[in-house]
Design a binder for this molecule. Structure first.
Ligand SMILES: [Zn+2]
Length: 490
């Protein structure tokens, strides 16, 4: 039984999708005005693993992620660069998709906000007709929070809280309530031309892409409306899992609950069944920058301490990056450091080395099923428990530790070797951490590593050191990690 920590209830709940065997899942994608940072990559790799695990468990998963390709930030950056906003967004959207491919994030289907303008218009019209939205002339159409008493159920906030965060797009001194958010933004200068009548074709008003509708007038979507528009189109007003970074709980996800529940006359618990939120990637701040050495700070573009996924992909193999991003539970902060990335590389090398031995093994007499079955069970148990990926990784390393000596000495029979290969293919279909390309480490070196391991187990340090020197002479170095010895070319 899979259990999920649900942000809406604050409880770990048993997972039962609305339709048996079928899961509709939506995750907030990037706003494409820049390269994505490592924190975004964590969210997207994690939900890729969630979708792949649910498929591994036999669910038919329909996983959609939106791409916000129309937004204030995009328009500002594009104008500074002297480029059309939609072209600017396309550039970073393409880079994002390439980055995802490079990270083996293959499960979601991407949907652009700008491909869903007629649907956005329809949802805004519904909210206007129902009296949940109002127009501010020459500004936009806003959601009236006083019409929705359930506001705040997801984030535990209320509409009137003094520190209500509203983004710039929602800023207007003519709003009825301070937390009211924009559904549709009108051009705020130069009188707009007469409508063209085609909601699919935007024109540029003061450089901003604007779409036409006879009821709404010229405008572009607010930040929150695209999500519920896209999910309603593909899933209907009710679905199973909504995910995102934890910074999106408020105001973004709260606004989604508000819009969809008001539009469809449903209660917050009847909209999305399970809300899942991923914690930040953090790094330690230097004591000179922050009062209190060792404090952890979120990595973000605005703080200028972010690492782009694109840069990291160039420096590290994708399996190591995924391993690193999955090495902490998704609800815990993940420390960013070169050391953590190196540890991840060591873990992946350990798997690669073991797999390499499986390929080389000719087959002996011992039959092995117990350890493999145990590892498979432990892997599922960990993943069932709110997708505990570090625990799932441990089950893989326990298996390697228990069987390494057997496989190194070629004791295991052919069927056991096949079962091991199947197990590694299975976990790779979910986690994507098993390298396909073998690091070519000569058998001679691998044998010496095993001998050294044995000597170390016997605490015969002087002999172990001699073997290390021999390995060094052959052009390799050996590093002892929590995942076992890591051999790398010098
Ligand atoms: Zn979103």
């Amino acid at each position: 039984m899979i259990k999920i920590q649900n942000t809406l209830s604050g409880q770990k709940e048993e997972f039962a999708p609305r339709k048996e065997g079928r899961v509709n899942m939506f995750v907030c994608g990037p706003t494409v005005y820049d390269y994505i940072h490592i924190g975004n990559a964590r969210t997207f790799v994690f939900f890729d693993v969630v979708a792949k695990y649910l498929r591994y468990r036999g669910y038919d998963v329909n996983y959609i992620q939106n791409i916000t390709d129309i937004d204030n930030k995009i328009i500002e950056r594009a104008q500074k660069a002297g480029v059309d906003p939609l072209e600017y967004a396309k550039k970073y959207s393409d880079i994002f998709r390439e980055d995802m491919k490079a990270l083996d994030v293959t499960s979601p289907e991407y949907k652009n906000a700008t491909d869903h303008i007629p649907e956005v218009i329809k949802q805004v019209q519904t909210l206007l007709n129902k009296g949940n939205a109002y127009v501010i002339e020459n500004d936009g159409i806003y959601f009236d929070l006083s019409t929705f008493p359930d506001y705040g159920k997801l984030s535990g906030r209320t509409a009137g809280m003094a520190d209500d965060a509203v983004s710039r797009i929602d800023d207007s001194d003519k709003k009825r309530n301070r937390g009211d958010f924009a559904l549709w933004k009108h051009p705020n200068s130069t009188p707009p031309p007469n409508g063209s009548g085609n909601p699919n074709v935007p024109i540029r008003i003061n450089g901003e892409p604007m779409w036409w509708n006879k009821d709404l007038g010229w405008g572009r979507p607010g930040w929150h409306i695209e999500d519920t528009t896209i999910t309603e189109k593909y899933f209907g007003p009710q679905y199973d899992i909504h995910g995102g970074g934890q910074d999106l709980i408020f105001p973004h996800h709260e606004a989604e609950v508000t819009q969809q529940c008001a539009a469809a006359n449903i209660k917050p618990k009847d909209f999305v069944k399970y809300w899942m939120h991923v914690a930040f990637v953090v790094n330690s701040v230097k004591s000179s920058d922050y009062h209190g050495a060792g404090k952890k700070q979120k990595m973000s573009k605005s703080l200028g301490n972010f690492e782009t996924a694109n840069e990291l992909i160039k420096k590290h193999p994708k399996e190591a990056l995924r391993f690193y991003l999955l090495s902490a539970h998704y609800r815990s902060p993940l420390d960013f450091s070169e050391k953590a990335l190196k540890q991840a590389e060591a873990g992946v090398s350990r798997i690669s080395e073991f797999k390499h031995k499986l390929e080389l093994a000719k087959g002996g007499k011992e039959k092995e099923t117990k350890n493999i079955e145990k590892a498979r069970k432990e892997f599922s148990k960990a993943m069932d428990d709110d997708f505990n990926t570090p625990q799932a990784l441990s089950s893989v390393f326990d298996l390697i530790r228990n069987l390494n000596i057997y496989i190194t000495r070629d004791f295991l029979d052919k069927s056991s070797i096949e079962s091991l290969k199947v197990f590694f293919a299975e976990i790779d279909s979910v986690l994507g951490i098993v390298p396909t390309k073998q690091e070519k480490i000569p058998d001679e070196v691998l044998k010496l590593v095993e001998t050294r391991e044995k000597l170390r187990e016997e605490k015969n340090w002087p002999e172990a050191d001699k073997i290390r020197a021999q390995i060094e002479d052959l052009g390799y170095t050996i590093e002892d990690t929590v995942y076992g010895p890591l051999v790398v070319k010098k």
